[in-house]
Design a protein around this ligand. Structure first.
Ligand SMILES: Cc1cc2nc3c(=O)[nH]c(=O)nc-3n(C[C@H](O)[C@H](O)[C@H](O)COP(=O)(O)OP(=O)(O)OC[C@H]3O[C@@H](n4cnc5c(N)ncnc54)[C@H](O)[C@@H]3O)c2cc1C
Length: 372
């Protein structure tokens, strides 16, 4: 089967969704392709429903929020009509688990300890405590994905992984798994860096092989639910970062969010929801996380339930020279039929940076197609 579109967007994570949204608003004929059946990429929110012990919880498997100082994701939310679903963090401050006790951390220090790259303009705002804070959506990060997909559903083509990209008479021909093709005047690859590297190199840009230098770190998040009375006391702040290296003295929990204190509506009344970032462990990560958290937070008894999400390739980290490689590839792409790259593999891992990257790619493509 062959399909034609003005612009094919590969990848329906936040970068691809933001790009497709911008293009479709401008009137472009878009095909949004994803290798998975589910849109959203790393955004995974579960809201177990129905009567039962999981009812009323909001469980995040990937991102759970963003810095309030980052405008792009919030602008997109307002565009999509869900500005009213933006929620502020309830608690503030985080702690350091020294191995013996929880000690308060200065604002921004937790992110630094976790190696999260904060854009310099946001970093400047972190210095002003009143502007510091995180935001999310009323029933989880999936709120935004759902709002965007509500409009993009007619052009979303799930389980359509792009396996090849080649010049065509007018633009590009994308090969898809299963043997079908899409012809498009322009293409946006909002894919992980390794996937984009392979496609762009195959399309005749040898410099794009450097995009594969981006390292994606494996990570597991474990959400654990308790009754409030299982905790000795409600902890202070939004969570803690562990000072221990992974594996050191058996430590598994690298960081932890008190989800039910951090954002509104994450657990029903009388319950607590904790999310731990767990390093590589032998055996069940939920059991390892509970065993450590019980000691740190004074938790009695077992969790009511737990849910683990494993990301074999989670947050990307860039090697020195990354920005130069990306700029060189983008410069080379200007000499080909309209083709752009976007997403966490190139322009920053935070969700708002991904939205910005997707929207900028869409604007560049519209400019090249003469539609703006
Ligand atoms: C555990 C975890 C917690 C995080 N927490 C936060 C947080 O709190 N705040 C924050 O700002 N950021 C956080 N991040 C980072 C952030 O979630 C991601 O960087 C961001 O969502 C990536 O968006 P993206 O669109 O660039 O890529 P992705 O979401 O990875 O989307 C890429 C899409 O491309 C698809 N795809 C792959 N190959 C192909 C192919 N060949 N053809 C077609 N489709 C393909 C994939 O199926 C996927 O849907 C977290 C990440 C993780 C893993």
């Amino acid at each position: 089967m062959a399909v034609s579109a003005t612009v094919a967007v590969a990848g329906s994570g936040l970068a691809g969704l933001a790009a497709a949204w911008e293009l479709s608003r401008a009137g472009a004929n878009v095909a949004l392709l994803d290798a998975e059946r589910r849109p959203g990429g790393m955004v995974v929110t579960e809201r177990p429903g129905g009567p039962g012990e999981k009812d009323g919880f909001v469980v995040e498997g990937g991102p759970d929020g963003f810095l309030a100082a980052e405008p792009d994701i919030q602008e997109l939310a307002r565009d999509a009509g869900i500005g009213g679903r933006l929620v502020d963090q309830l608690a503030s401050g985080s702690s350091l688990w020294t191995g013996q006790r929880l000690e308060p951390l200065a604002e921004g220090q937790a992110a630094a300890l976790l190696g999260i790259q904060i854009p310099s303009d946001v970093g400047a705002q972190l210095a002003a405590p009143l502007q510091f804070g995180f935001r999310s959506f009323a029933t989880g990060m999936l709120d935004l994905v759902e709002a965007l997909v509500a409009r993009l559903a007619p052009v979303f083509r799930p389980a359509q992984g792009v396996t090849g990209l080649a010049p065509a008479t007018r633009g590009w021909r994308l090969s898809l798994n299963g043997g079908s093709t899409v012809e498009a005047e322009a293409v946006i690859l909002a894919l992980p860096a390794w996937a984009a590297a392979r496609l762009v190199t195959g399309a005749g840009v040898p410099a794009a092989r450097h995009l594969d230098d981006v390292i994606y770190y494996p990570s597991t998040t474990v959400s654990l639910a308790y009754r409030s009375d299982q905790l000795a006391a409600a902890p202070a702040g939004t969570g803690f970062v562990s000072a221990a290296e992974w594996g050191e003295s058996g430590a598994a929990v690298r960081a932890c969010s008190y989800s039910w204190l951090k954002y509104p509506g994450r657990a029903p009344p009388g319950h607590a929801l904790i999310r731990a970032f767990v390093g590589p462990v032998d055996g069940d990560p939920a059991a390892a996380a509970h065993a450590e958290l019980a000691g740190i937070l004074g938790i009695r008894g077992s969790p009511l339930w737990s849910r683990a999400f494993t990301w074999p390739r989670g947050l990307p980290r860039y090697k020195p020279g990354h920005a130069g490689h990306v700029a060189a590839v983008r410069e080379r792409l200007t000499r080909l039929a309209p083709l752009a790259i976007a997403g966490a593999g190139f322009d920053g891992a935070g969700v708002s940076a991904c939205v910005k990257s997707g929207r900028e790619a869409a604007r560049e493509i519209l400019h090249r197609l003469g539609q703006v």
